[in-house]
Design a protein around this ligand. Structure first.
Ligand SMILES: *[C@@H]1O[C@H](CO)[C@@H](O)[C@H](O)[C@H]1NC(C)=O
Length: 239
């Protein structure tokens, strides 16, 4: 009886957790000099219009069943940009060129995609978030020399109306190399810079913490046993 109740309860939990809610987002945005159209799913970028290459891009990871939108989606995106610019102009007139809000990036983080192994290809990531309006420019240096070849994704909107952008740089970690990413934004008077230094991997050196804990624990245990034995023997002697 108990078992049946338990099974019923378990199957209920499974039903609920199978009921997944997905969140799709589509954004069309423009400024005088720039524009964006992007589709996202559950916080990931699924597709975007590349107005330089004049086609839709599908930056999907290798584990998904790849998919594309119908024909003409790029032409539609171009038309959407025109509508966006018209609306922008109308809006600016209506607002009498009221200055738009500006938020400097609230956080810039630099980290590697994979755990660092010297001499093994990896990717450096510069994660910029909390800014408005989009976009930011991100430039990279290696040992104070400018490097090219980085890529950046289109601005991704956050729930609070600000944006996130992620810049990537392929690199091969060599001990002592110093990288930096510098972020430029309309609301910044000088670039925000983050440094990444290739150091001895912390994974191969867990520090002295665990050994100290182990040593102290073992010592306390042994002292306890010794004290116990001492009093046991003493107690026997007395009686
Ligand atoms: C980003 O770079 C472009 C091209 O160099 C420049 O026109 C633009 O003003 C820059 N944007 C910011 C926010 O600095």
């Amino acid at each position: 009886m108990k078992m049946k109740e338990l099974l019923l309860f378990l199957s209920c939990v499974l039903c609920v957790s199978a009921d997944v809610l997905h969140e799709e987002i589509r954004i069309t945005g423009c400024s005088e000099s720039d524009g964006e159209e992007m589709y996202g799913l559950d916080g990931e970028e699924v597709a975007y219009a590349d107005f330089n290459k004049q086609k839709y891009m599908y930056p999907q990871p290798p584990f998904v069943d790849p998919f594309t939108f119908r024909e003409g989606v790029y032409e539609q995106a171009v038309a959407n940009q025109q509508i966006c610019r018209d609306n922008l102009q109308t809006g600016r007139k209506g607002m009498k060129d009221f200055p738009p809000e500006e938020d400097v990036p609230s956080a810039v983080m630099i980290y590697t995609r994979d755990e660092v192994e010297f001499g093994e290809k990896n990717t450096l990531i510069c994660h910029v978030t909390g800014f408005y309006p989009a976009p930011v420019n991100v430039s990279w240096t290696k040992n104070q020399q400018k490097v090219t070849g980085s890529s950046i994704n289109v601005p991704y909107p956050n729930k609070d109306g600000t944006f996130t952008q992620i810049s990537r740089l392929e690199f091969t970690p060599q001990l002592g190399d110093i990288y930096s990413c510098a972020v430029q934004h309309l609301a910044l008077t000088q670039p925000l810079t983050k440094i990444y230094e290739v150091e001895v991997s912390p994974r191969s050196d867990p520090g002295v913490g665990p050994s100290v804990f182990c040593g102290v624990g073992l010592t306390l245990g042994l002292v306890g046993v010794a004290a116990g034995t001492f009093f046991l023997v003493k107690g026997n002697e007395c009686s």
